[in-house]
Design a protein around this ligand. Structure first.
Ligand code: MG
Ligand code: MG
Length: 262
């Protein structure tokens, strides 16, 4: 069931989401060759709990195996989403998507940023740029009176124009008291299709884009999702609120990007 949020609820959602941005910004300060994704996880959990919130990912149930063991998902190179943090040091030239979720005052934050580790190839840099652009193309369509398919189509066409793969098995979602609420928000679809967007609808838009084919498989740990052709994958996510004229972006990359550009 889709429910529209009140203005008070939207402000609580914003607080939870700004904490995700703040957490990712703390990680941005330490992401470099030699750092392990487990170190990122420990820092993320500390920042989240020190701010009076809970990491929503930790203990998240999995119908196919054990619950998620960490506070962030860290997906490196050909990993698309849901990578479990580990003790393998990041290397120069890697890309790492860090997806983070919080619950603060009963509302959920959910946002993801893909980071370059040291210097990365021009091809990888372009994948990150196009994937992030596609997120904002989707957000431009998230206005009252449009249809959900307008968002999906904007993401898909921007990425496929570059020859990139748009992952089908994982999608964006409504968000509120629960991290995953209705409706589903696919990164592919037709303009003018799907439910009508109304002011107060809060959704996470999250393109998961590969440099090659769109097919993926589940790793043995029953969490990590990897491209079948081993091509690189990127993932950017914002939680937004549909409004008349222009969406309200509740999460933020501002602090992350200020640190990356220092
Ligand atoms: Mg997420
Ligand atoms: Mg999400």
């Amino acid at each position: 069931m889709v429910y529209l949020k009140t203005d008070d609820e939207i402000e609580l959602l914003r607080e939870a989401n700004l904490l995700v941005g703040k957490t990712l910004a703390e990680l941005a300060k330490i992401i470099r060759p030699g750092v392990t994704t487990r170190q990122l996880d420990v820092l993320a959990e500390t920042v989240i709990r020190d701010n009076g919130a809970e990491p929503t990912f930790k203990g998240f149930p999995n119908p196919y195996g054990p619950a998620f063991p960490a506070s962030i998902c860290t997906s490196v190179n050909e990993q698309v989403v849901h990578g479990i943090p580990n003790d393998i040091p990041l290397k120069e030239g890697d890309i790492v998507s860090v997806d983070c979720g919080t619950r603060l005052n009963g509302f959920c934050g959910d946002s993801c940023y893909t980071f370059a580790v040291g210097e990365i190839s021009d091809e990888a840099r372009q994948l990150l740029r196009i994937t992030k652009e596609s997120l904002y193309k989707g957000i431009e369509q998230a206005v009252a009176g449009h249809r959900l398919g307008d968002i999906s189509n904007a993401v898909q066409t921007h990425c496929e124009a570059q020859g990139y793969g748009v992952v089908r098995e994982f999608v964006g979602h409504g968000i509120g008291h629960e991290m995953h609420e209705d409706p589903q928000v696919p990164n592919f679809g037709r303009k003018g299709n799907g439910p009508l967007l109304k002011s107060g609808l809060c959704i996470a838009i999250e393109p998961m884009i590969t440099m090659g084919a769109k097919e993926v498989y589940l790793q043995e740990d029953r969490w990590g999702v990897v491209t079948r052709d081993k091509s690189l994958a990127a993932h950017f996510e914002h939680t937004i609120c549909v409004r008349r004229g222009k969406a309200d972006i509740l999460s933020s990359f501002e602090e992350i990007e200020r640190i990356l550009h220092e």
